[in-house]
Write a protein that binds this ligand. Structure first.
Ligand SMILES: [Zn+2]
Length: 495
């Protein structure tokens, strides 16, 4: 064989391999229409330019901590396009981590009758009450202070409001120093939910919080939301408490009012969630509650999940008996387990992925450890169980630092079913889905991911939602209309 023949065959084989990998990539088999091809060419030129520049400067937002990368991301032309892109649905979100915390500070804490107290470690708690102050003051907290009065006595209210904001998010200038390890950051993370609890569970704030959250996602071109909610009691000014059914009903009502005012918005569904630190008998209770709520609101309550720091909580296997209740009763309770949100391979927690599969989880939250479990991976792929990838959350909570090394890179390259979501964007200083899409598209997908990948991710979010078949068809049609417009905008836009 002459050397030029050898060159030829290597080049051919090389191209064949590249083509095979391109087809395997998430969305690789999609055939783009003419306008989409044009939009893709423009998008990829921008992407390539940004990546090339990053290779030169060694300043690449996905390889930096999000708190430091955020302002750089906002300057990116690719990010601006991703913001405009119709992203479909957000399938992995938690009830009170989804609306910019500015709103809680500037709106909720400025409402009348807001009281607060300090714990010795400088943490805060809030409670609305009138005409008498809330009683009793919680253990380990100062006396209740009326916030309106307190602000009047301050010289610098802005500084105080900024300090509130710092208490409501994880954002800090030097996260590697502030958060030495996963336990430290998880305890601050949980503390934030505790701090804002008295604000968001006040009925008027609760309603507005839900409405404003939907608005923030809608503005980010998200049309539908599935929310993990713990459904803690919501209270009125006079102390009256509402039950879980009230909260579900309110989510439903607010979403329907919102849908009337916002064309193309599809709605909200609730995944009832409990904490994975409770003992098995309490989780048994929660599973029964989930079944009851689903019977009461079959179109709104989608199923059940367990939340909280996986490494330090109980495993799914510990809850086997509770989680088998629906099967043993012959009723269906869809599960949406967080599983594999860990770096500790081979531990009982790491095995949550096995049990999520065996318990027929509809989707898997994070599935960060999935690539370490080839048998689970193969079986869940066969069953078409998608993972919900939340890049910024995984980075901030210290599972991975450089998002180019996120395990979803392997799964994306192989075309494993996945959706992108943002977990608790407000707590990470992000908003909507766009920042996470940026990290996924630029960092996890690298230069290989193109408009096909993005289109597949958006379509996946509807495909793997729990909308009914007819709702799904309508949602897909509505998304497609927006997608076509977006594509024309990008294709005909400047550049
Ligand atoms: Zn989560």
């Amino acid at each position: 064989m002459a050397s030029s023949d050898l060159d030829m065959s290597i080049d051919e084989e090389r191209n064949q391999l590249l083509m095979r990998e391109k087809m395997m990539q998430l969305g690789g088999h999609l055939v783009l229409k003419e306008d989409e091809e044009l939009a893709n060419t423009k998008l990829m030129a921008l992407k390539k330019a940004e990546l090339m520049q990053a290779m030169e400067t060694q300043n690449f937002p996905p390889s930096m901590h999000f708190f430091q990368a955020k302002s750089l991301i906002e300057k990116s032309e690719v990010f601006k396009i991703l913001k405009k892109m119709p992203k479909g649905a957000a399938l992995h979100l938690h009830d009170f981590g989804i609306l910019s915390m500015d709103w809680l500070v500037k709106n909720a804490t400025y409402r009348p009758h807001c009281h607060f107290c300090f714990t010795p470690r400088g943490a805060l708690q809030f409670k609305f009450a009138h005409p008498t102050p809330p009683t009793p003051a919680p253990a380990e907290c100062s006396e209740w202070i009326l916030l309106e009065k307190y602000r009047k006595g301050l010289q610098n209210v802005t500084e105080f409001d900024n300090s509130l904001l710092r208490n409501f998010t994880l954002v800090t200038e030097n996260p590697d120093v502030a958060y030495a390890d996963q336990n430290v950051i998880w305890s601050k993370f949980e503390a934030i939910f505790f701090t804002i609890s008295g604000l968001v569970h006040y009925a008027p704030v609760f309603r507005d919080y839900v409405f404003r959250s939907l608005e923030e996602f809608y503005e980010d071109n998200v049309q539908y939301v599935e929310l993990r909610a713990m459904l803690f009691p919501v209270y009125e000014l006079n102390g009256t408490l509402h039950d879980r059914a009230w909260s579900v009903r309110t989510y439903k009502e607010v979403a329907s009012v919102f849908a009337k005012k916002h064309p193309g918005f599809i709605g909200i569904k609730i995944i009832y969630s409990d904490h994975r630190f409770k003992n098995a008998s309490l989780i048994m209770e929660s599973v029964r509650t989930a079944l009851e709520l689903r019977a009461m609101f079959p179109r709104t309550v989608a199923g059940f999940d367990l939340v909280g720091h996986e490494d330090t909580g109980y495993s799914l296997y510990d809850y086997k008996e509770a989680l088998m209740i629906p099967f043993s009763r012959g009723v269906k309770l869809p599960y949406f387990f967080h599983a594999g949100e860990t770096d500790w391979q081979g531990t009982s927690i790491d095995r949550n992925l096995l049990d999520a599969l065996l318990l027929n989880s509809t989707r898997i939250g994070h599935g960060f450890a999935l690539t370490k479990h080839p048998a689970v991976w193969a079986a869940s792929w066969k069953k078409d169980i998608p993972i919900e990838v939340c890049p910024i959350s995984n980075q901030v909570l210290k599972l991975v630092s450089d998002l180019r090394n996120h395990p979803a890179a392997v799964l994306m390259a192989m075309g494993y079913p996945m959706v992108i979501s943002s977990d608790d964007p407000a707590i990470f200083g992000a908003k909507g889905l766009s920042y996470d899409f940026y990290e996924a598209f630029m960092g996890i997908g690298g230069l290989t991911a193109d408009l096909r990948t993005l289109k597949q991710l958006a379509m996946n979010s509807i495909k793997y939602s729990v909308l009914g078949q007819r709702e799904k068809t309508a949602a897909m049609a509505s998304w497609e209309e927006r997608w076509d417009k977006f594509v024309v905008d990008v294709a005909r836009g400047p550049q």
